[in-house]
Design a protein around this ligand. Sequence first.
Ligand code: ATP
Ligand code: MG
Length: 344
Amino acid sequence: MTRDLAAPEAGGRPPAAAEPVLEIRGLRVSYDAPTGRVQAVAGLDLVLRPGDSVGLVGESGSGKSTVALAVMGLLPAGGRVDAGQVRLLGRDLTTLPEHELRAVRWRQAAMVFQKAMSAFSPVHRLADHFVDVWRAHRPERGRRARSLALERARVLLEAVGLRPDALWAYPHTLSGGMLQRALIALALVHQPRLLILDEATTALDVVTQAQVLSEVARLQREFDLTTLVISHDIGVVAALCRRVAVLYAGHLVEEGPVQQVLEAPRHPYTAALVRAFPRLRGPRRRLESIPGTLPDLTRPPQGCVFADRCPRAAGACREGPPPVEHSGGRMVRCRFPLGGDAGA
Ligand SMILES: Nc1ncnc2c1ncn2[C@@H]1O[C@H](COP(=O)(O)OP(=O)(O)OP(=O)(O)O)[C@@H](O)[C@H]1O
Ligand SMILES: [Mg+2]
């Protein structure tokens, strides 16, 4: 059952059942760099329907955070959306002016980063942070705002496994796991429909990470959240997500139900990524690193972006972009996918 945590009037009108929460079409994002423009995201399509949980995986530099920052309208100076659309609850965010984007952030979409400590001001108790975020997007002022904000904060802190009296703590007195939980609670103040977690548990030790992941899994169900979980760790995505999208050098190379993709990857890059991670279950095996590095994104290759590292690459792979195959709820962008006619 969905717990009713709706702040009155918060979050806007819920979408019709079939309307995607997030619909990214043909997104291209680049950054200024001394050697030219870095093509960080090169034509990405991704759709999240209500209640979806999608993991975005890929090695460092593949463009995961850039996707998240573009969705939130938070690209740093030098970064820009060159093409495409990012529709959140039907509205294209790439064309919204900053003051309207600010309202969308927190109320419709919220994002949690890796470094919780830097998100909190060290001289303010957690309570003050919740009150500030509440006031930024609510009409109430003064003591009424404070009491409503704290009421909601207590519910949210409990939902992420913290005691409500953590409200009176200063950030530096809390452990990394507690801070990360508090940050997730803060992101949920205005009941966003979309929650983006960007390496939100990466800095935690494995035991704390497992605890926080199980809290997040519960939040997804209880708060009816649609989540985009960014991680270079396939285990995190397997624990939290129904679907997985694999990003390589700014291109989605594979997408599909998480279990199917991880058990029978079709793209050679996904297969290599899976071999590079410890198995969650079953017998132990040797981990394999992926030889080579990402291509120079200021001069992306004509053909498949993975060709230079791919054990299956042939001449044709370097000549033009690979075909995209959709079947059985899965997508793969490869001329010679595994498990197809070409054999695995
Ligand atoms: N502010 C910036 N200026 C210039 N280039 C940038 C900037 N931010 C990111 N990039 C480049 O864009 C590409 C994608 O970076 P991004 O941070 O999105 O990758 P990521 O998948 O999130 O990596 P990580 O796992 O390390 O967080 C990389 O080549 C990176 O060097
Ligand atoms: Mg990143």
